[in-house]
Design a protein around this ligand. Structure first.
Ligand code: NAP
Length: 507
């Protein structure tokens, strides 16, 4: 079942008994359904479960165990007990575990991609890309594990010797979102294993299956009992709060919305936890008058449509020079109309469903509000009836500056376009947000690339490219988009404490 969005028809119901879907469903029993604590799989202490849904059909895929406060406590106990031995493991040994995990994950890419598509909805090709991206964090940190360095120096007075060393932070709580169920986990697990930290991991309750499958893989490659503990739960706030205030925990790393991140920062103050926050975004996508428009449109499709727009780095606002704005809007709308909406397990589909009805409703409200206030709909703007949470790829022009579409994180396949007349105006408008995660700029001028990159207040900037994520680069934001970096040489430092030893050199 597929629908070309240009047809503007109602999609047929997804046929779960089709041979493709039936084949995918055979994979589900292979995924563990329990909690993983101290190297063993077990049920929830009160027997509670989470129903996992397929957003393309609205139907339940399976049920898994839902952790209680007691289970959370047990997980942290296991992580604490394993911490000292794990910290002493040879760096090469930790690196080899990661390398084996990279190889197995790459070998089993189809299996993991299928799980991602089933529980999250993105098309299979994008799920395969997520597996490749996610696996890269294991390969990168396999290589970084043996490069944790320190420093030796003579103090300015010539007497004291200054030895600086880096040691694992200790038991770390990891909370991850649903939009990249694999990569948002490996981006934390890779550097934590490389650094020698033990973990308690809570995946999003809407997409726990991928993390459970990944846990089984890490168990298979030999990650020791207690090092990694995985506790999906449907009562996140209740189960996480006592862990965050538990004195045995030493670090919290969170990827998710700014509102929840702010709450977790407050909670983590009691124990003065090391905290890393990867939060929401509102990425501007700037197209200058000297840009190659074809490549700007291709970049826009990547920056907007990857994950159906449900990415923290998704282009949220298109700022286009007034001399090329009409052409850009027409070209972008034409590319949007070529997209094929449907269940992501069908290889011909390029746009899957949104994660749930609440998210789709939010997207529809933002678009409706903008059009009510004068925005012009160039294409899309339709909530598709029938099973699944589909919303058509949408382009709008003349969007009023105060519109929620320009201020809020849309998290949907909607491209609002506004115009500017000079560089100063473009940069001021791009920076006019409390967020600071990602920004994009298309221009053929080298000096403009430099001035724009320096003037934009965002942690990551893509110049003439619509995708910036790279395991070898420091991913992270400024302002309300958070702090800390994942990936690159910077990523491992989030899991290391710096200790200095002063040695009397005159003794
Ligand atoms: P979310 O609602 O903030 O949830 C993220 C995680 O936090 C989930 O595991 C969720 O569990 C858990 N959670 C929710 N309330 C909690 C609480 N009171 N205490 C402890 N944990 C709690 O975000 P989301 O909707 O899953 O993800 C989308 C957001 O993530 C967007 O804003 C996006 O920009 C951001 N994001 C940022 C990055 C980045 O690197 N900057 C990357 C990806 C996504 P439940 O599933 O049980 O609610």
């Amino acid at each position: 079942m597929t629908l070309r969005t240009a047809d503007k028809d109602v999609p047929e119901p997804v046929d779960e008994s089709s041979s493709a879907s039936a084949r995918w469903r055979q994979l589900l029993p292979r995924v563990p359904h329990g909690l993983y604590i101290d190297g063993s799989w077990r049920g929830s202490s009160d027997g509670s479960t989470i129903a996992v849904e397929n957003p393309a059909t609205g139907q339940m895929l399976t049920e898994i165990a839902s952790a209680t406060v007691q289970d959370g406590h047990d997980a942290l106990t296991a992580a604490t007990a394993a911490a000292a031995d794990w910290a002493r493991t040879a760096p090469r040994e930790r690196g080899e575990l990661l390398r084996r995990a990279f190889e197995l994950l790459t070998e089993r890419a189809d299996y993991f991609a299928t799980l991602i598509t089933l529980e999250m909805g993105k098309p299979l090709a994008q799920s395969r890309a997520e597996v490749a991206y996610g696996a890269e964090f294991f390969r990168w940190y396999a290589e970084e594990s043996v490069r944790i360095d320190g420093r030796w120096a003579v103090a300015p007075d010539g007497q004291t010797r200054l030895l600086t060393m880096r040691q694992p932070v200790g038991p770390t709580l990891m909370i991850t979102p649903w939009n990249f169920p694999l990569a948002m986990g490996t981006r934390k697990i890779g550097p934590a294993i490389a650094a020698g930290c033990t973990m308690v991991i809570k995946p999003a309750s809407q997409t726990p299956l991928t993390m459970l499958a990944l846990t089984a893989l890490l168990d298979e490659v030999g990650v020791p009992a207690g090092v990694m503990n995985v506790i999906p739960t449907k009562t996140s706030g209740t189960v996480m709060a006592p862990l965050i205030t538990d004195p045995r925990l030493r670090k919290l790393t969170f990827t998710g919305s700014t509102a929840v991140g702010q709450d977790l920062i407050r909670q983590s103050a009691d124990q003065v936890l090391r905290v890393s926050m990867e939060l929401g975004g509102n990425a501007p996508f700037l197209v200058f008058e000297d840009a190659d428009l074809e490549s700007a449109v291709e970049g826009a499709m990547l920056a907007k449509m990857r994950n159906m727009g449900e990415a923290c780095t998704a282009a949220n606002r298109f700022l286009v020079h007034e001399s090329v704005a009409d052409t850009f809007a027409q070209l972008l709308a034409a590319r949007m109309d070529e997209e094929v909406l449907g269940s992501g397990v069908d290889d011909s589909v390029t746009v899957g469903p949104l994660i749930d009805n609440k998210q789709r409703h939010k997207v529809a409200e933002l678009v409706d509000d903008a059009t009510r206030h004068g925005a012009d709909l160039v294409t899309g703007g339709c909530t598709m009836p029938g099973p699944g949470y589909f919303y058509t790829p949408t382009v709008l022009t003349n969007v009023p500056p105060a519109s929620g579409l320009l201020r809020e994180e849309i998290f949907g396949p909607v491209a609002p376009i506004i115009t500017f007349s000079d560089d100063r105006e473009a940069i001021a408008s791009a920076n006019d947000t409390e967020y600071g995660l990602a920004a994009y700029a298309f221009t053929s001028s080298l000096s403009r690339m430099i001035t724009v990159s320096e003037a934009l207040n965002f942690g990551m900037i893509g110049i003439n490219q619509g995708i910036i994520s790279n395991a070898a680069a420091p991913f992270g934001g400024m302002k309300h988009s958070g702090y800390g970096r994942e990936g690159g040489p910077e990523g491992i430092h989030e899991y290391l404490d710096t200790k200095y030893v002063g040695i009397n050199g005159q003794a």
